[in-house]
Design a protein around this ligand. Structure first.
Ligand code: AMP
Length: 282
């Protein structure tokens, strides 16, 4: 397994694979790898001949009041996990390798960033797109895998690849959960024992709403408000909990047949931000 901090070395390796007509799959991560990341690596193995994983905690996607400094960094364990999962190359650059000098350009997200996480984390998706755009140009993959867990990220990155004509196919990996339903996340390590017990309530609320919608409820507004109150009563602070259109990521009041929707929530439990979602095709 190649482990490199260097853009040039990574490029050389990928070029060599391409000379051999091998298909390159890419899984970008911020490290502290868990079963969710590993499932994306598995999917990449199924769809490509060689798999590159990047590990980079991207400062551009954290606002000053967020957890950039305390974000878990587990270099050795991550490299071990990559080796065990037959990763072919790990790109683990320094901040200076990715952002060597002053930047004069930025990528702006229009409509797709107006709601959900985009509304409460200004600059977040601009930071994500900046780094993903760079990583696509560095790695030059044939496919790249993103998790449904970050559904807005998946949608926005997919649009970037389309609108900017990146020659990469974007795949979506399913959400991997703990036994009690909590979506795995590197940030779950912030939860106290007590918070960890409460944390699956977000998924339970989404599941309840999904069941009601699948049972025929087409205007779930009141049910959603009720779930928010229940979560608040348990000690969650709600950022958002709502039904959104899959296509444009705007909130939806009434479901219509033949469309795709996202039931999504973001909540705080103490200092920890949890997100989760369920896809619904009606
Ligand atoms: P991160 O390291 O949090 O930036 O995540 C890297 C990739 O892993 C992203 O595409 C995430 O959507 C994905 N991911 C995070 N958590 C999960 C999970 N529980 N199941 C599947 N994929 C996940």
């Amino acid at each position: 397994m190649l482990v490199t901090e260097s853009i040039d070395d990574l490029r050389e390796q990928v070029k060599e694979w391409k000379r051999q007509k091998l298909k390159v799959g890419f899984v970008p991560t911020m490290g502290a790898l868990h079963e969710g990341h590993l499932s994306l690596i598995e999917l990449a193995h199924k769809r490509a001949d060689r798999v590159v994983v990047s590990i980079f905690v991207n400062p551009e996607q954290f606002s000053p009041d967020e957890d950039y400094d305390s974000y878990p960094r587990k270099r050795e364990a991550d490299l071990e996990a990559c080796k065990e999962n037959r990763v072919d190359a790990v790109f683990i650059p320094s901040v200076a390798e990715i952002y060597p000098d002053e930047d004069f350009l930025e990528i702006r997200v229009k409509g797709l960033g107006d709601h959900m996480c985009g509304a409460s984390r200004p600059g977040f998706f601009e930071g994500v797109l900046l780094v993903v755009n760079k990583l696509f140009n560095i790695v030059n993959p044939d496919i790249a895998v993103f998790g449904q867990k970050d559904i807005q990220q998946y949608r926005i990155v997919s649009r970037m690849a389309e609108e900017f004509n990146h020659d990469v196919k974007i795949l979506k990996g399913e959400i991997i959960r703990a036994n009690d339903g909590l979506a795995l996340s590197s940030r779950n390590s912030y939860l106290s024992d007590e918070e960890r017990l409460l944390a699956p309530s977000l998924y339970r609320s989404l599941k309840y709403l999904e069941k009601q919608i699948r049972g025929g409820v087409s205007e779930p507004g009141l049910l959603i408000e009720h779930q928010k109150s229940e979560l608040e009563a348990k000690g969650f602070e709600i950022d958002y909990l709502d039904l959104f259109s899959f296509k444009d990521l705007k909130p939806v009041k009434k479901l219509e047949g033949g469309r795709e929707y996202i039931l999504a929530g973001a909540v705080y439990l103490g200092e920890t931000r949890l997100i989760d979602n369920i896809l619904i095709d009606n």
